[in-house]
Design a protein around this ligand. Structure first.
Ligand code: SAJ
Length: 461
Protein backbone atom coordinates (compact mmCIF):
# COMPACT_ATOMS: atom_id res chain seq x y z
CA UNK A 1 0.00 0.00 0.00
CA UNK A 2 1.84 3.13 -1.16
CA UNK A 3 0.73 6.43 0.31
CA UNK A 4 0.79 9.25 -2.23
CA UNK A 5 2.48 12.44 -1.14
CA UNK A 6 -0.89 14.22 -1.32
CA UNK A 7 -2.13 12.00 1.52
CA UNK A 8 0.50 13.40 3.76
CA UNK A 9 -0.10 16.79 5.29
CA UNK A 10 3.13 18.69 5.24
CA UNK A 11 2.08 21.51 7.46
CA UNK A 12 3.88 21.91 10.73
CA UNK A 13 0.49 22.12 12.43
CA UNK A 14 0.15 18.36 12.01
CA UNK A 15 2.91 18.05 14.62
CA UNK A 16 1.94 18.56 18.25
CA UNK A 17 4.59 21.33 18.50
CA UNK A 18 7.90 22.34 16.92
CA UNK A 19 10.79 20.79 18.84
CA UNK A 20 14.40 22.02 18.98
CA UNK A 21 15.61 18.59 17.84
CA UNK A 22 14.12 17.12 14.69
CA UNK A 23 15.70 13.66 14.92
CA UNK A 24 17.38 11.70 17.67
CA UNK A 25 19.28 8.66 16.35
CA UNK A 26 19.83 6.06 19.07
CA UNK A 27 22.84 3.84 18.33
CA UNK A 28 25.70 5.30 16.28
CA UNK A 29 27.13 2.23 14.56
CA UNK A 30 27.07 1.05 10.93
CA UNK A 31 23.40 1.88 10.67
CA UNK A 32 22.81 4.86 12.97
CA UNK A 33 25.82 6.97 12.10
CA UNK A 34 25.22 7.14 8.31
CA UNK A 35 21.54 7.91 9.05
CA UNK A 36 22.43 10.71 11.50
CA UNK A 37 24.89 12.21 9.02
CA UNK A 38 22.31 12.03 6.24
CA UNK A 39 19.74 13.85 8.41
CA UNK A 40 22.35 16.55 9.14
CA UNK A 41 23.10 16.81 5.43
CA UNK A 42 19.38 17.33 4.77
CA UNK A 43 19.31 20.26 7.21
CA UNK A 44 17.58 18.54 10.13
CA UNK A 45 18.75 19.24 13.68
CA UNK A 46 20.12 15.90 14.84
CA UNK A 47 20.98 14.45 18.21
CA UNK A 48 23.18 11.37 18.00
CA UNK A 49 22.91 9.12 21.03
CA UNK A 50 25.12 6.21 22.01
CA UNK A 51 25.38 4.52 25.39
CA UNK A 52 29.07 3.69 24.87
CA UNK A 53 31.16 6.56 26.21
CA UNK A 54 34.29 5.30 24.46
CA UNK A 55 32.52 5.16 21.13
CA UNK A 56 31.10 8.65 21.70
CA UNK A 57 34.55 10.09 22.35
CA UNK A 58 36.02 8.19 19.38
CA UNK A 59 33.30 9.62 17.15
CA UNK A 60 33.82 13.13 18.55
CA UNK A 61 37.57 12.71 17.96
CA UNK A 62 36.71 11.10 14.60
CA UNK A 63 38.87 8.05 15.31
CA UNK A 64 36.19 5.37 15.40
CA UNK A 65 37.74 2.30 13.71
CA UNK A 66 34.52 1.25 11.99
CA UNK A 67 34.18 4.58 10.17
CA UNK A 68 34.63 4.29 6.41
CA UNK A 69 36.40 7.02 4.45
CA UNK A 70 33.15 8.70 3.47
CA UNK A 71 31.74 8.66 7.01
CA UNK A 72 35.02 10.12 8.31
CA UNK A 73 34.81 12.97 5.82
CA UNK A 74 31.10 13.55 6.47
CA UNK A 75 31.71 13.61 10.23
CA UNK A 76 34.53 16.12 9.75
CA UNK A 77 32.36 18.27 7.51
CA UNK A 78 29.19 18.19 9.55
CA UNK A 79 30.26 17.48 13.06
CA UNK A 80 27.38 15.93 14.94
CA UNK A 81 25.82 16.55 18.37
CA UNK A 82 26.70 13.32 20.17
CA UNK A 83 25.52 12.54 23.68
CA UNK A 84 24.60 9.69 25.97
CA UNK A 85 21.00 9.10 27.00
CA UNK A 86 19.59 12.22 28.59
CA UNK A 87 16.69 14.64 28.78
CA UNK A 88 17.51 15.97 25.30
CA UNK A 89 15.81 12.83 23.97
CA UNK A 90 12.49 14.30 25.09
CA UNK A 91 13.07 17.25 22.72
CA UNK A 92 13.20 15.19 19.56
CA UNK A 93 10.25 14.92 17.21
CA UNK A 94 11.53 11.66 15.65
CA UNK A 95 13.42 9.02 17.62
CA UNK A 96 15.08 6.37 15.42
CA UNK A 97 16.39 3.28 17.20
CA UNK A 98 19.35 1.70 15.38
CA UNK A 99 20.92 -0.60 17.97
CA UNK A 100 22.36 -4.08 17.23
CA UNK A 101 20.21 -7.19 17.44
CA UNK A 102 22.79 -9.98 17.68
CA UNK A 103 22.37 -13.63 18.69
CA UNK A 104 23.77 -15.48 21.70
CA UNK A 105 26.38 -18.24 21.35
CA UNK A 106 23.51 -20.72 21.04
CA UNK A 107 22.07 -18.62 18.17
CA UNK A 108 19.07 -17.51 20.25
CA UNK A 109 18.11 -13.88 19.51
CA UNK A 110 19.67 -11.40 21.91
CA UNK A 111 17.26 -8.49 22.33
CA UNK A 112 19.13 -7.01 25.30
CA UNK A 113 20.55 -4.00 23.40
CA UNK A 114 17.10 -3.25 21.94
CA UNK A 115 15.32 -3.65 25.29
CA UNK A 116 17.85 -1.30 26.89
CA UNK A 117 17.40 1.35 24.20
CA UNK A 118 13.60 1.05 24.42
CA UNK A 119 13.81 1.49 28.19
CA UNK A 120 15.90 4.65 27.88
CA UNK A 121 13.52 6.04 25.26
CA UNK A 122 10.35 4.97 27.09
CA UNK A 123 11.10 6.82 30.33
CA UNK A 124 11.67 10.03 28.36
CA UNK A 125 8.87 9.63 25.80
CA UNK A 126 6.59 12.65 25.37
CA UNK A 127 3.20 13.04 23.63
CA UNK A 128 3.51 13.73 19.91
CA UNK A 129 6.86 12.03 19.43
CA UNK A 130 7.37 9.37 16.76
CA UNK A 131 9.52 6.32 17.51
CA UNK A 132 10.86 4.25 14.60
CA UNK A 133 12.78 0.99 15.11
CA UNK A 134 15.31 0.30 12.32
CA UNK A 135 17.04 -2.57 14.09
CA UNK A 136 16.44 -5.93 12.42
CA UNK A 137 13.92 -7.94 14.42
CA UNK A 138 11.75 -10.96 13.75
CA UNK A 139 8.03 -10.46 13.12
CA UNK A 140 6.19 -9.76 16.33
CA UNK A 141 8.99 -8.09 18.30
CA UNK A 142 7.64 -4.56 17.76
CA UNK A 143 4.16 -5.51 18.95
CA UNK A 144 5.14 -7.94 21.71
CA UNK A 145 8.30 -6.37 23.11
CA UNK A 146 8.83 -2.77 22.00
CA UNK A 147 5.36 -1.22 22.12
CA UNK A 148 4.30 -2.68 25.50
CA UNK A 149 7.55 -1.42 27.04
CA UNK A 150 7.18 2.07 25.57
CA UNK A 151 3.57 2.30 26.82
CA UNK A 152 4.38 0.91 30.26
CA UNK A 153 7.35 3.20 30.84
CA UNK A 154 5.78 6.36 29.44
CA UNK A 155 2.19 5.88 30.52
CA UNK A 156 1.27 6.94 26.97
CA UNK A 157 -0.81 5.05 24.40
CA UNK A 158 0.90 4.02 21.18
CA UNK A 159 -0.48 5.31 17.89
CA UNK A 160 -2.44 7.87 19.85
CA UNK A 161 -0.27 9.82 22.30
CA UNK A 162 2.93 8.82 20.48
CA UNK A 163 3.47 7.28 17.06
CA UNK A 164 5.36 4.17 16.09
CA UNK A 165 6.70 2.48 12.97
CA UNK A 166 9.22 -0.12 11.86
CA UNK A 167 11.56 0.64 8.96
CA UNK A 168 14.16 -2.14 8.76
CA UNK A 169 17.66 -0.86 8.08
CA UNK A 170 19.27 -1.57 4.76
CA UNK A 171 22.96 -0.84 4.63
CA UNK A 172 25.74 -2.53 2.75
CA UNK A 173 29.02 -1.65 4.47
CA UNK A 174 31.85 -1.00 2.08
CA UNK A 175 29.54 -0.62 -0.93
CA UNK A 176 30.53 2.46 -2.94
CA UNK A 177 27.27 2.47 -4.91
CA UNK A 178 24.43 1.84 -2.45
CA UNK A 179 24.24 4.24 0.49
CA UNK A 180 21.66 4.99 3.16
CA UNK A 181 20.48 7.85 0.93
CA UNK A 182 19.74 5.90 -2.25
CA UNK A 183 18.57 2.51 -0.98
CA UNK A 184 14.78 2.12 -1.19
CA UNK A 185 13.12 1.42 2.15
CA UNK A 186 9.99 -0.29 3.48
CA UNK A 187 7.94 1.06 6.38
CA UNK A 188 5.19 -0.56 8.44
CA UNK A 189 2.94 0.74 11.21
CA UNK A 190 -0.37 -0.11 12.87
CA UNK A 191 -2.21 3.10 11.98
CA UNK A 192 -2.30 5.51 9.05
CA UNK A 193 -1.17 8.41 11.19
CA UNK A 194 1.92 6.57 12.44
CA UNK A 195 2.68 5.38 8.92
CA UNK A 196 2.30 8.87 7.48
CA UNK A 197 4.69 10.38 10.00
CA UNK A 198 7.34 7.76 9.28
CA UNK A 199 6.88 7.96 5.49
CA UNK A 200 7.07 11.75 5.62
CA UNK A 201 10.34 11.55 7.54
CA UNK A 202 11.99 9.08 5.15
CA UNK A 203 10.73 10.87 2.06
CA UNK A 204 12.26 14.07 3.43
CA UNK A 205 15.77 12.59 3.62
CA UNK A 206 15.98 9.79 1.03
CA UNK A 207 16.60 9.97 -2.66
CA UNK A 208 14.89 6.60 -3.06
CA UNK A 209 11.41 5.10 -2.94
CA UNK A 210 9.68 4.51 0.40
CA UNK A 211 7.30 1.54 0.22
CA UNK A 212 4.59 1.02 2.82
CA UNK A 213 3.63 -2.39 4.16
CA UNK A 214 0.20 -3.38 5.42
CA UNK A 215 1.40 -4.22 8.91
CA UNK A 216 4.32 -3.96 11.31
CA UNK A 217 4.96 -7.70 10.99
CA UNK A 218 5.21 -7.48 7.23
CA UNK A 219 7.88 -4.79 7.57
CA UNK A 220 9.75 -6.92 10.13
CA UNK A 221 9.45 -9.96 7.84
CA UNK A 222 10.76 -8.14 4.74
CA UNK A 223 14.21 -7.67 6.26
CA UNK A 224 14.44 -11.22 7.59
CA UNK A 225 13.40 -12.57 4.19
CA UNK A 226 15.94 -10.41 2.34
CA UNK A 227 18.81 -11.70 4.41
CA UNK A 228 17.61 -15.29 4.70
CA UNK A 229 17.39 -15.29 0.91
CA UNK A 230 21.09 -14.47 0.77
CA UNK A 231 22.01 -17.03 3.41
CA UNK A 232 20.24 -19.95 1.71
CA UNK A 233 21.65 -19.05 -1.69
CA UNK A 234 25.15 -18.85 -0.31
CA UNK A 235 24.58 -22.21 1.40
CA UNK A 236 23.49 -23.63 -1.96
CA UNK A 237 26.78 -22.70 -3.64
CA UNK A 238 28.78 -23.72 -0.59
CA UNK A 239 27.22 -27.19 -0.77
CA UNK A 240 27.98 -27.30 -4.49
CA UNK A 241 31.59 -26.34 -3.71
CA UNK A 242 31.97 -29.27 -1.30
CA UNK A 243 30.34 -31.66 -3.79
CA UNK A 244 32.25 -30.42 -6.85
CA UNK A 245 35.50 -30.67 -4.90
CA UNK A 246 34.98 -34.44 -5.06
CA UNK A 247 33.74 -34.39 -8.65
CA UNK A 248 36.71 -32.43 -9.98
CA UNK A 249 34.47 -29.61 -11.24
CA UNK A 250 35.32 -25.93 -10.74
CA UNK A 251 32.17 -24.51 -9.16
CA UNK A 252 33.18 -20.88 -9.78
CA UNK A 253 33.45 -21.55 -13.52
CA UNK A 254 30.07 -23.30 -13.42
CA UNK A 255 28.48 -20.32 -11.60
CA UNK A 256 29.96 -17.98 -14.20
CA UNK A 257 28.52 -20.24 -16.89
CA UNK A 258 25.10 -20.26 -15.25
CA UNK A 259 25.29 -16.45 -14.97
CA UNK A 260 25.21 -16.19 -18.75
CA UNK A 261 21.51 -16.99 -18.50
CA UNK A 262 19.86 -13.55 -18.78
CA UNK A 263 16.89 -14.47 -16.58
CA UNK A 264 15.96 -16.74 -13.72
CA UNK A 265 19.42 -16.96 -12.21
CA UNK A 266 21.36 -14.87 -9.69
CA UNK A 267 25.01 -15.64 -8.89
CA UNK A 268 26.31 -16.25 -5.38
CA UNK A 269 29.79 -17.49 -4.64
CA UNK A 270 31.21 -20.10 -2.26
CA UNK A 271 33.74 -19.20 0.38
CA UNK A 272 35.22 -19.98 3.77
CA UNK A 273 32.01 -18.93 5.53
CA UNK A 274 29.31 -16.30 6.06
CA UNK A 275 30.02 -13.46 8.47
CA UNK A 276 28.74 -10.06 9.42
CA UNK A 277 26.10 -8.69 11.71
CA UNK A 278 23.22 -9.58 9.42
CA UNK A 279 23.30 -12.56 7.08
CA UNK A 280 24.42 -15.24 9.55
CA UNK A 281 22.24 -13.74 12.30
CA UNK A 282 18.88 -12.77 10.86
CA UNK A 283 17.68 -16.26 9.84
CA UNK A 284 17.99 -17.35 13.49
CA UNK A 285 15.46 -14.68 14.45
CA UNK A 286 12.88 -16.20 12.13
CA UNK A 287 13.80 -19.80 13.01
CA UNK A 288 13.40 -19.00 16.71
CA UNK A 289 10.11 -17.11 16.37
CA UNK A 290 8.55 -19.66 14.02
CA UNK A 291 9.53 -22.48 16.38
CA UNK A 292 7.81 -20.65 19.26
CA UNK A 293 4.72 -20.68 17.04
CA UNK A 294 4.90 -24.31 16.04
CA UNK A 295 6.85 -24.30 12.80
CA UNK A 296 10.39 -25.64 12.30
CA UNK A 297 12.32 -24.01 9.46
CA UNK A 298 14.32 -27.08 8.41
CA UNK A 299 15.60 -25.42 5.20
CA UNK A 300 16.79 -22.21 6.89
CA UNK A 301 18.38 -24.27 9.67
CA UNK A 302 20.16 -26.54 7.19
CA UNK A 303 21.49 -23.51 5.30
CA UNK A 304 22.89 -22.13 8.54
CA UNK A 305 24.49 -25.51 9.29
CA UNK A 306 26.13 -25.66 5.86
CA UNK A 307 27.46 -22.11 6.06
CA UNK A 308 28.72 -22.66 9.60
CA UNK A 309 30.68 -25.70 8.35
CA UNK A 310 32.71 -23.74 5.79
CA UNK A 311 35.53 -22.71 8.16
CA UNK A 312 36.04 -26.42 8.97
CA UNK A 313 35.96 -27.27 5.28
CA UNK A 314 38.60 -24.63 4.63
CA UNK A 315 40.91 -26.06 7.30
CA UNK A 316 40.38 -29.54 5.82
CA UNK A 317 41.46 -28.13 2.45
CA UNK A 318 44.66 -26.89 4.11
CA UNK A 319 45.39 -30.24 5.74
CA UNK A 320 44.87 -32.11 2.48
CA UNK A 321 47.06 -29.64 0.56
CA UNK A 322 49.84 -29.91 3.17
CA UNK A 323 49.66 -33.70 2.84
CA UNK A 324 49.75 -33.48 -0.96
CA UNK A 325 52.71 -31.13 -0.70
CA UNK A 326 54.53 -33.53 1.64
CA UNK A 327 54.49 -30.99 4.49
CA UNK A 328 53.82 -32.63 7.89
CA UNK A 329 50.94 -30.86 9.62
CA UNK A 330 52.95 -30.87 12.83
CA UNK A 331 52.26 -28.79 15.95
CA UNK A 332 53.97 -25.42 15.71
CA UNK A 333 53.80 -25.30 11.91
CA UNK A 334 53.36 -21.63 11.02
CA UNK A 335 50.29 -20.71 8.99
CA UNK A 336 49.61 -17.19 7.76
CA UNK A 337 45.96 -16.08 7.97
CA UNK A 338 45.25 -13.25 5.53
CA UNK A 339 42.09 -11.38 6.52
CA UNK A 340 40.14 -11.16 9.78
CA UNK A 341 37.17 -9.04 8.63
CA UNK A 342 33.97 -10.75 7.48
CA UNK A 343 34.14 -9.24 4.00
CA UNK A 344 36.39 -7.20 1.74
CA UNK A 345 36.93 -3.53 2.29
CA UNK A 346 35.61 -3.36 5.87
CA UNK A 347 37.18 -3.73 9.33
CA UNK A 348 34.24 -5.51 10.97
CA UNK A 349 35.04 -8.93 12.42
CA UNK A 350 31.58 -9.76 13.78
CA UNK A 351 30.74 -13.43 13.09
CA UNK A 352 33.76 -13.44 10.78
CA UNK A 353 34.65 -16.93 9.45
CA UNK A 354 38.30 -15.85 9.67
CA UNK A 355 38.10 -15.90 13.45
CA UNK A 356 36.64 -19.42 13.38
CA UNK A 357 39.41 -20.56 11.04
CA UNK A 358 42.00 -19.03 13.35
CA UNK A 359 40.52 -20.90 16.33
CA UNK A 360 40.49 -24.20 14.42
CA UNK A 361 44.13 -23.75 13.37
CA UNK A 362 45.20 -22.90 16.91
CA UNK A 363 43.30 -25.90 18.25
CA UNK A 364 45.37 -28.08 15.88
CA UNK A 365 48.53 -26.64 17.40
CA UNK A 366 49.50 -24.51 14.42
CA UNK A 367 51.19 -21.17 15.01
CA UNK A 368 48.95 -18.56 13.33
CA UNK A 369 50.27 -15.23 12.00
CA UNK A 370 47.19 -13.14 11.05
CA UNK A 371 47.12 -9.89 9.13
CA UNK A 372 44.26 -7.65 8.01
CA UNK A 373 44.91 -4.10 6.73
CA UNK A 374 41.47 -3.05 7.99
CA UNK A 375 41.80 -4.61 11.44
CA UNK A 376 44.80 -3.08 13.20
CA UNK A 377 46.12 -4.68 16.38
CA UNK A 378 44.12 -7.72 17.53
CA UNK A 379 47.49 -9.49 18.00
CA UNK A 380 47.91 -9.49 14.25
CA UNK A 381 51.04 -8.92 12.21
CA UNK A 382 51.65 -5.32 11.22
CA UNK A 383 51.98 -6.07 7.52
CA UNK A 384 51.76 -8.76 4.90
CA UNK A 385 55.44 -9.72 4.95
CA UNK A 386 55.33 -10.01 8.73
CA UNK A 387 52.38 -12.38 8.47
CA UNK A 388 54.08 -14.53 5.82
CA UNK A 389 57.52 -14.64 7.43
CA UNK A 390 58.47 -18.22 8.29
CA UNK A 391 55.05 -19.59 7.30
CA UNK A 392 54.67 -22.79 5.27
CA UNK A 393 51.12 -22.02 4.19
CA UNK A 394 48.81 -19.03 3.74
CA UNK A 395 45.01 -19.04 4.11
CA UNK A 396 43.11 -16.13 2.55
CA UNK A 397 39.93 -15.62 4.60
CA UNK A 398 38.95 -12.14 3.35
CA UNK A 399 39.19 -10.98 -0.24
CA UNK A 400 40.62 -7.53 0.49
CA UNK A 401 42.07 -5.92 -2.63
CA UNK A 402 45.60 -6.17 -1.15
CA UNK A 403 45.31 -9.97 -1.14
CA UNK A 404 43.39 -10.47 -4.38
CA UNK A 405 46.28 -9.07 -6.41
CA UNK A 406 48.94 -11.40 -4.98
CA UNK A 407 50.78 -13.58 -7.49
CA UNK A 408 52.32 -17.08 -7.10
CA UNK A 409 55.83 -15.66 -7.49
CA UNK A 410 55.26 -13.45 -4.46
CA UNK A 411 54.21 -16.39 -2.29
CA UNK A 412 57.09 -18.52 -3.59
CA UNK A 413 59.58 -15.74 -2.78
CA UNK A 414 58.23 -15.66 0.78
CA UNK A 415 58.76 -19.42 1.13
CA UNK A 416 55.03 -20.23 1.08
CA UNK A 417 54.39 -23.74 -0.25
CA UNK A 418 50.58 -23.88 0.02
CA UNK A 419 47.92 -21.21 -0.56
CA UNK A 420 44.30 -21.84 0.48
CA UNK A 421 42.10 -19.23 -1.19
CA UNK A 422 39.05 -19.05 1.08
CA UNK A 423 37.44 -16.38 -1.08
CA UNK A 424 38.50 -17.67 -4.52
CA UNK A 425 39.95 -14.22 -5.14
CA UNK A 426 43.23 -15.33 -6.76
CA UNK A 427 43.79 -16.42 -10.36
CA UNK A 428 43.91 -20.20 -10.09
CA UNK A 429 45.49 -20.58 -13.54
CA UNK A 430 48.43 -18.37 -12.56
CA UNK A 431 49.53 -21.13 -10.18
CA UNK A 432 49.87 -23.69 -13.00
CA UNK A 433 53.50 -24.78 -13.08
CA UNK A 434 54.23 -22.82 -9.87
CA UNK A 435 56.03 -24.37 -6.89
CA UNK A 436 53.14 -23.08 -4.77
CA UNK A 437 50.23 -25.52 -4.35
CA UNK A 438 46.92 -23.60 -4.76
CA UNK A 439 43.52 -24.71 -3.51
CA UNK A 440 40.33 -22.67 -3.73
CA UNK A 441 36.87 -23.43 -2.28
CA UNK A 442 35.22 -25.71 -4.81
CA UNK A 443 37.85 -24.88 -7.42
CA UNK A 444 38.94 -28.23 -8.83
CA UNK A 445 42.76 -28.38 -9.09
CA UNK A 446 44.17 -27.68 -12.53
CA UNK A 447 44.74 -30.97 -14.44
CA UNK A 448 48.49 -31.70 -14.65
CA UNK A 449 48.46 -31.68 -18.41
CA UNK A 450 46.91 -28.23 -18.49
CA UNK A 451 47.36 -27.31 -22.12
CA UNK A 452 46.31 -23.89 -23.33
CA UNK A 453 42.50 -24.02 -23.26
CA UNK A 454 40.10 -21.11 -23.70
CA UNK A 455 39.11 -19.76 -20.31
CA UNK A 456 35.56 -20.98 -19.54
CA UNK A 457 34.16 -17.51 -20.06
CA UNK A 458 35.66 -17.21 -23.57
CA UNK A 459 33.04 -17.59 -26.27
CA UNK A 460 34.06 -20.29 -28.77
CA UNK A 461 31.74 -19.07 -31.52
N1 SAJ B 1 29.19 -14.10 1.06
C1 SAJ B 1 29.49 -15.30 0.43
N2 SAJ B 1 29.06 -15.49 -0.85
C2 SAJ B 1 28.32 -14.55 -1.52
C3 SAJ B 1 28.00 -13.34 -0.84
C4 SAJ B 1 28.44 -13.13 0.44
O1 SAJ B 1 30.14 -16.16 0.99
O2 SAJ B 1 27.97 -14.78 -2.69
C5 SAJ B 1 29.63 -13.87 2.44
C6 SAJ B 1 30.50 -12.65 2.60
O3 SAJ B 1 31.86 -12.98 2.42
C7 SAJ B 1 30.22 -12.24 4.04
C8 SAJ B 1 28.77 -12.65 4.25
O4 SAJ B 1 28.47 -13.62 3.23
O5 SAJ B 1 31.04 -12.96 4.94
C9 SAJ B 1 27.77 -11.48 4.16
O6 SAJ B 1 28.02 -10.85 2.94
P1 SAJ B 1 27.07 -9.62 2.43
O7 SAJ B 1 27.61 -9.20 1.11
O8 SAJ B 1 25.67 -10.00 2.50
O9 SAJ B 1 27.47 -8.51 3.46
P2 SAJ B 1 26.68 -7.70 4.62
O10 SAJ B 1 26.14 -8.65 5.62
O11 SAJ B 1 27.58 -6.62 5.08
O12 SAJ B 1 25.54 -6.92 3.90
C10 SAJ B 1 24.29 -7.45 3.77
C11 SAJ B 1 23.76 -6.68 2.59
N3 SAJ B 1 24.41 -7.25 1.42
C12 SAJ B 1 24.00 -7.21 0.18
O13 SAJ B 1 22.82 -7.05 -0.09
C13 SAJ B 1 25.01 -7.31 -0.90
C14 SAJ B 1 22.31 -6.77 2.67
O14 SAJ B 1 21.92 -8.11 2.66
C15 SAJ B 1 21.84 -6.04 3.88
O15 SAJ B 1 21.52 -4.72 3.48
C16 SAJ B 1 22.85 -5.99 4.98
O16 SAJ B 1 23.53 -7.21 4.97
C17 SAJ B 1 22.11 -5.71 6.25
O17 SAJ B 1 22.40 -4.66 6.82
O18 SAJ B 1 21.24 -6.50 6.58
Amino acid sequence: MDISLSDISHTKTSRTKVRPVDVAVVGLGYVGLPLALLCEKKGLSVLGIDSDARKRSALIRRTASFLGESEHNELKKRGLRIEGYGEALAEAEMIIICVPTPVHENHAPDLAPLRSAVREVGVRLRPGQTVIVESTVNPGVCERVVLPALERLSGLTADNDFFFAHAPERINPGDPRWSVENIPRVVGARTKESLERAVRFYRSILGAAVHTMETLREAEAVKIVENSFRDVNIAFVNELAMSFEKLGIDVVNVIKGASTKPFGYMPFYPGCGVGGHCIPVDPYYLISYARQNGYHHRFLSLARTINNRMPHFTVKLLLSALKEGGIPARRGLTVSLLGLAYKRGVGDTRESPALKIRDLLLRRGFSVQAYDPYVPGAGAAKNLSGALEGAAAAVIATDHAEFAELRPEFFAAQGIAVVIDGRNCLDKKAFAGSTVLYRGVGRAPLPDSEEERPSPSTSLS
